[in-house]
Design a protein around this ligand. Structure first.
Ligand SMILES: Cc1cc2nc3c(=O)[nH]c(=O)nc-3n(C[C@H](O)[C@H](O)[C@H](O)COP(=O)(O)O)c2cc1C
Length: 316
């Protein structure tokens, strides 16, 4: 496996990063991926400050050989300053910020010796992240699960655009679940991959079992980008999604959509397993995933398939 700029930056074996995901990526998943040679991320978006601290402590205790891990900080949620206190107090080595302005927190984190990566969905924002001093960017395409850019730029188009725009390492995200897809994005200019949906269907993910089972049953076309007037997010087309689609078709305002969304929808769907009324965030690649597996096996399979694919392509 390549030992490239991202492996050196983070001190990891494989340039495979498990995405931070609200309600799905706690310390069990993050530590399993880091112990398997990738980089595990605790998704703090769904956590109160005391809960994040508990996850950080447990993650550190579960990780062997001083391997690194990271925390994802979606900047649109409250409690960011308290989360940052926890990150500094427990010497979390890497932070992935998302959904906000990288200018605000990057320098403070870097002053503490923390590596900072920002998630973007366009070349323009990648350049801004580089200017803000980020060590790398995650370039996340339209296929991805979770919140997404409004421009609908696919991973295939986004990676070369970002490659042209910045010099810092690029981590490709959106639609990647296999070693072949990993190789493809690296041919396009990425240095690593960030994988979300594939890791939701892992034993260690904290997503509800019913949510994981729905994931492995999904087919092509079963997810759609939704709520573009509010915060664009890719959702499974369940009953809640249909309510949103009807409201959008009849011209609902952002305020009306916010009322329909209400509070706690994502928790209800992904953590509590309400597949009807809950918000179910998943990417298009769910259609390719048909088994729930241990996270370490997912990392090993992706790394092995990457090597096989590289050799096959080398013979062309
Ligand atoms: C269930 C779920 C929750 C997510 N939550 C977050 C989050 O809290 N913060 C974030 O930056 N991205 C979040 N994302 C996006 C992922 O970090 C990642 O970039 C994306 O899943 C990659 O695309 P893929 O799902 O096709 O692998 C989430 C994705 C999923 C599937």
């Amino acid at each position: 496996m390549v030992q490239n700029s991202i492996c050196q930056l983070f001190g990891i074996q494989y340039p495979i990063i498990q995405a931070g995901m609200i309600w799905c990526s706690g310390w069990e998943l993050a530590s399993a991926v880091s112990n398997a040679g990738g980089l595990g991320i605790i998704g703090s978006g769904s956590m109160y400050p005391a809960i994040l601290e508990e996850h950080v402590i447990k993650c550190k205790a579960a990780i062997t050989n001083n391997r690194p891990f990271a925390v994802n900080l979606p900047l649109l949620y409250p409690d960011i300053d308290k989360h940052i206190e926890t990150i500094i107090k427990h010497q979390v080595p890497i932070v992935f910020t998302s959904a906000g302005n990288p200018k605000i927190w990057t320098q403070k984190l870097k002053d503490q010796g923390i590596k900072v990566v920002h998630v973007v969905s366009s070349a323009k924002f990648a350049a801004k992240a580089e200017a803000a001093g980020c060590d790398a960017v995650v370039a996340e395409g339209f296929e991805a699960g979770g919140h997404n850019g409004r421009e609908e730029t696919t991973t295939l188009c986004l990676i070369p655009l970002v490659r042209k725009a910045v010099k810092i390492p690029i981590i490709a995200a959106g639609g990647i679940a296999t070693g072949r897809a990993m190789l493809a994005t690296m041919v396009l200019g990425a240095d690593a991959v960030q994988i979300g949906t594939r890791f939701v269907a892992s034993l260690e993910s904290s997503g509800h079992t019913a949510f994981k089972e729905r994931l492995v049953a999904l087919k092509e076309g079963d997810t759609m980008l939704s709520l573009k007037k509010l915060v664009a997010v890719r959702l499974v087309k369940n009953e809640f999604y249909q309510q949103v689609a009807q409201a959008e078709a009849s011209g609902a305002s952002p305020t009306e959509l916010a009322t329909l969304l209400g509070r706690g929808r994502a928790k209800k769907g992904m953590f509590e397993g309400d597949l009807v009324e809950g918000e179910l965030e998943l990417g298009q690649i769910a259609a390719l995933i048909d088994h729930i597996k241990p996270a370490a096996q997912i990392v090993a399979e992706i790394a092995a398939e990457f090597e096989t694919a590289k050799q096959e392509v080398g013979g062309w």
